[in-house]
Write a protein that binds this ligand. Structure first.
Ligand code: PLP
Length: 407
């Protein structure tokens, strides 16, 4: 497919076509293809009812749409649908594991290991579990702030006594793909359970939970061309079966008496309350759309633009790009401009229709590790082109002049 054909799949580019629009913030949330918007509209136009609640035809159609979506999502990650739990987002999935599994299995003195690359969503829940249980939270650091977690670091931090390892597959700041396979293998060697944060990987890389070998995996739909408010937690069946519910209320029980309740089987045990059925339908449509384009094509197109951006940003004066670029990267590239606050940079870029994120990116410990407080982040998705990167770089070249510097 040509660049124009891919862009044409996303109505927002047509809607904003009168002025420059270079959307480089897909790590925050992606744009949605027409297929997804139409599938969600169709659900609300034709099938809207509360799934699992009614016996009339419309309610059954809503249930069918909602459960068919689960099958599609299960196939996408090669999972059994009963182990695919709907959540609002990756954050909720990670919290579910922390509160339901972590609080019941982590004991005083146990160690939990995460990496310094983690987004706060895969960091604060573990701080809270560690504090509540008297456990110790340890970090795997990257070599000289490069973003690379070495084999030695993995061996040094994941040792007997570690009961849980939580790791992102892709850094939301540096875009680096972590050595998650080695981390999972090492964690299992010492008997630890592994939680994988796939929020930044699922939009870019194929995921097969059977070969991955992790125990839990969470991702958000909205970074993957889907509506806001839908996410997925996948977990190992035996663990999910013995874990207590996270939230309780309607639809997660088999039966309730005055003083007791019997939980529903998986996955409903973890799906209390009315669910985002429209979001589920949208996520399934997004997966169909990704399959239509092809995961290989998505990876290939993104890699070409990512490499171009990496090279070009390095060639600009007064620009620092974070990380070394060694190893596979997808999505995000982080940078700063000398003497310019990232918020000023992002505002100046916005005047040229270039959308980047600025701040600590919900990764404050990583900022400390990199020796900065904040930075800009450009992030690349399948609809981005080299022209978007040229616009980014042209705009970057104006920043210091706007701020009163001679060059
Ligand atoms: C690596 C990573 N993990 C988790 C999250 C949390 O995702 P959400 O806000 O959709 O729950 C994000 C969001 O940016 C992320 O980048």
């Amino acid at each position: 497919m040509t660049d124009e054909e891919i862009k044409a799949e996303f109505p927002i580019f047509e809607k904003r076509s009168g002025k420059p629009f270079h959307y480089l913030d897909s790590a925050a949330t992606s744009q949605r293809p027409a297929d997804v918007i139409e599938a969600v509209s169709q659900f609300y136009y034709e099938k809207n009812a509360n799934p699992h609640r009614g016996v009339y035809e419309l309610a059954e159609q809503a249930t069918e749409s909602y459960e068919n979506a689960r099958q599609v999502i299960a196939q996408f990650i090669n999972a059994d649908p009963t182990q695919v739990i709907y959540t609002r987002n990756a954050t909720e999935g990670l919290n579910l594991v922390a509160y339901s599994y972590g609080l019941t299995h982590i004991q005083k003195g146990d160690h939990i290991v995460i990496s310094i690359l983690e987004h706060h969503s895969n960091l604060i829940p573990w701080q809270r579990v560690a504090r509540a249980k008297g456990a110790v939270l340890d970090y795997m650091y990257t070599e000289n702030g490069s973003g690379k977690i070495t084999d030695e670091e993995i061996e040094k931090r994941i040792v007997p006594g570690v009961k849980l390892v939580a790791i992102t597959q892709v850094s939301n700041v540096l875009g680096i793909v972590t050595p998650y396979e080695k981390i999972i293998a090492r964690a299992h060697e010492v008997g630890a359970v592994v939680v994988v944060d796939a929020a930044q990987s699922a939009p870019h890389l194929s995921i097969d939970v059977q070969t991955l070998g992790a125990d839990f995996l969470a991702f958000s739909g909205h970074k993957l061309f889907s509506p806001l408010g839908i996410g997925i937690l996948w977990g190992r069946k035996d663990l999910l079966e013995e874990m207590p519910p996270f939230l309780s209320g309607g639809d997660m029980i088999d039966s309730v008496s005055e003083q007791d309740a019997v939980w529903a089987p998986l996955p409903e045990k973890f799906e209390a309350g009315t669910q985002n059925a429209g979001g589920a339908v949208g996520l399934a449509a997004a997966i169909h759309w990704m399959n239509k384009i092809g995961m290989d094509t998505i990876e290939e197109r993104e890699a070409a633009v990512y490499d171009y951006a990496w090279e070009k940003l390095h060639s600009l004066p007064h620009v620092t790009v974070y990380g070394t670029g060694e190893g596979k990267h997808v999505g995000a590239i982080a940078f700063n401009i000398d003497d310019a606050h990232p918020h000023d940079v992002a505002s100046i870029l916005d005047a040229d229709g270039v959308c980047v994120r600025a701040g600590h990116h919900c990764a404050q410990p990583l900022m400390g590790h990199l020796g900065i407080h904040n930075c800009c982040r450009a992030s690349i998705s399948v609809y981005n082109t080299k022209e978007d990167i040229d616009a980014l770089c042209d705009s970057i070249l104006k920043v210091r002049k706007w701020l009163g510097y001679e060059s």
